[in-house]
Design a protein. Structure first.
Length: 89
């Protein structure tokens, strides 16, 4: 599971997300909540009612996809191969 701190670092990078209409912390919280099962419509209403941001569901989906893409690139590890040896001969 990805922490809010990791997402905050990701969304704070101006090279990846140059626009700052929405606070990076809010983006991190919304993406985290989306991974925990809230719908895009629920998150849109949360941002509009609680925080005062006018954001589309598509924008939230793009944040999620971009974060997932960047996090998966960082977590790619080389898999170790195993060789089975039969010693019962």
């Amino acid at each position: 599971m990805v922490s809010i701190g990791q997402l905050l670092l990701l969304f704070s990078d101006r090279g990846i997300f140059p626009r700052r209409r929405v606070d990076p912390y809010i983006k991190a919280v919304v993406v985290r909540e989306y991974t925990l099962g809230l719908s895009l419509a629920q998150l849109k209403e949360y941002l509009l009612e609680e925080k005062g941001y006018k954001v589309s569901r598509e924008a939230i989906r793009k944040w999620f996809l971009k974060a997932g893409e960047l996090l998966s690139k960082n977590k790619i590890k080389k898999k170790r191969g195993f060789i089975a040896v039969d010693l019962a001969t």
